[in-house]
Design a protein around this ligand. Structure first.
Ligand SMILES: Cc1ncc(COP(=O)(O)O)c(C=O)c1O
Length: 295
């Protein structure tokens, strides 16, 4: 079924949604986005996604965006379609204005897009079982990677290199230190500790990683802040990617070097099953839909 979109409040087939060539998202990449996973028609860790969206908009000095209204629109879009297993894509641009770098003055209405698409997890489920290959690439991105902006050229180039090398992901290295991957957060296990790059401007604060940190603590393996060189990462016992659709995905090789004997390790397996249990428990609780809740 053709995905449905909601563009500035109007629901229509995604293929019919059109944005002006003067839209600042198109011209400057002056836009913010979010992607949420729908399980059985419900938005997983919705509050964490909305908190990140709110923060990205604030950090980039967007004019106020009514996130309560956006939630209400998502509800209408969900009701209009039939998607149960899927993704909710949100993009907000600084709006349509003559092409000048400085913000439109007075501000114009932001362009607000929501697209709900179905998502078939089967192929990714197979990868979760086998683990994936990754390559390393220089991190060419800008200095505010904590903002989920659509300026993704650095991510695109590195991911294309991975694709050409028949790898699933590219692990990004900045000035000798590993940051994260092109569209996923990175965790590793060494000396019995589960570690990840600390939150800050160098990486996107992953919502899956945030949601998983409770699971990891429950398993007696809290996610601890750490930094590694590529060489140290290659020597790690396990390397794990996390993200909205991949969930918890073990990496079994980097640049052709085997990680952890070339098989998903025990920590990855514990996190995978903890994640699935957390989703199942959440789905078993009644849904509270309050679109009027303050945002
Ligand atoms: C650069 C980057 N890091 C990490 C992530 C994982 O974030 P999340 O868990 O919110 O999907 C993404 C997701 O798109 C990403 O683009």
């Amino acid at each position: 079924m053709e995905p449905l979109a909601c563009l500035n409040g109007e629901i229509l087939p995604a293929a019919e949604a059109k944005v002006s060539i003067w839209d600042r998202g198109f011209l400057f990449g002056d836009s913010i986005y979010e992607v949420m996973r729908l399980y059985s028609g419900r938005m997983w860790i919705e509050e964490i996604h909305f908190a990140r969206l709110r923060r990205s908009l604030r950090e980039m000095q967007f004019p106020s965006v009514d996130l309560g209204r956006m939630r209400e629109r998502i509800g209408r879009l969900l009701a209009a379609g039939e998607v149960r297993e899927g993704t909710v894509y949100i993009q907000v641009t600084r709006g349509v204005a003559p092409r000048l770098h400085a913000f439109p003055d007075p501000p114009v209405s932001p362009t607000e897009l929501i697209v709900i698409r179905s998502y078939e997890d089967g192929p990714t489920a197979l990868l979760r079982e086998s683990g994936v290959a990754a390559i390393s690439q220089p991190d060419l991105r800008w200095k505010r990677r904590d903002v989920k902006s659509t300026n993704l050229l650095g991510n695109v180039l590195a991911n294309e290199a991975a694709h050409r090398n028949k790898a699933y992901e590219a692990i990004l290295v900045d000035d000798g230190i590993v940051t994260e991957a092109t569209h996923s957060s990175l965790l590793w296990v060494r000396e019995g500790r589960l570690e990840a790059t600390p939150e800050g401007h160098e990486i996107l604060p992953g919502t899956t990683r945030a949601g998983l940190s409770k699971v990891a603590s429950g398993e007696g393996l809290p996610i601890q802040a750490g930094r590694v060189t590529l060489e140290e990462l290659l020597a790690a016992d396990e390397v794990i990617l996390t993200g909205t659709t991949i969930e918890v995905l073990p990496v079994v090789s980097i640049d052709g070097h085997m990680i952890g004997g070339g098989r998903p390790g025990p920590v990855a397996r514990r996190l995978q099953s903890g994640f699935r249990t957390a989703v199942a428990n959440w789905l078993a609780t009644p849904e509270i839909v309050d679109w009027t809740a303050p945002s």
